[in-house]
Design a protein around this ligand. Structure first.
Ligand code: MN
Length: 160
């Protein structure tokens, strides 16, 4: 009788551990949002779903634009350039950043990227986990972004 109770406790404990790990995984894939999801980015500039919200609109005092993008799993920007560069701050999830001619880099929560002016690049989520990123665009008087061609599946999957 006693061993029956111990067996029951053991089964319950194992079931709890399995369910907890599934719960953690589901939470990880969803990513933690700090800011509102905002608007869906246009299909002409993004593959998959990328949600964008402006946090600081540019004005004549700061000439700086700050916003948040949530890339759903598999979503990414087209190739593009920023006339005055861009700073990316990853706040959750897993994603990628690649400059033309360079290997694709994996990004995780806490990573900071300085993307130099006029360097062709793309950013987006990993295939399995979305990515939350803050972006800072300085010197907006020089322009914001020049959109180029989509990132092909081959380019997206090439980890080099
Ligand atoms: Mn960019």
């Amino acid at each position: 009788m006693k061993s029956g109770i111990i067996k029951f406790k053991l089964v319950t404990a194992i079931a709890f551990m399995v369910l907890s790990s599934i719960g953690c995984k589901a939470q990880k894939a969803a990513t933690q949002a700090i800011f509102s999801k905002g608007e869906l980015g246009p299909a002409e500039n993004f593959t998959g779903k990328a949600w964008h919200t402006t946090l600081v609109a540019s004005d004549s005092i700061y000439n700086t634009l700050v916003g948040n993008v949530y890339f759903e799993p598999g979503a990414r920007s087209n190739w593009h350039t920023h006339p005055a560069g861009q700073i990316l701050i990853i706040t959750d999830g897993v994603g990628y950043y690649q400059e033309k001619g360079q290997p694709r880099r994996t990004l995780r929560k806490g990573d900071v990227i300085k993307c130099p002016p006029n360097v062709m690049h793309w950013h987006g989520a990993s295939a399995d986990t979305g990515m939350q990123q803050l972006y800072i665009l300085p010197k907006t008087e020089k322009g914001i972004v020049q959109w180029l061609q989509p990132v092909t599946d081959e380019e997206y999957n090439n980890s080099n």
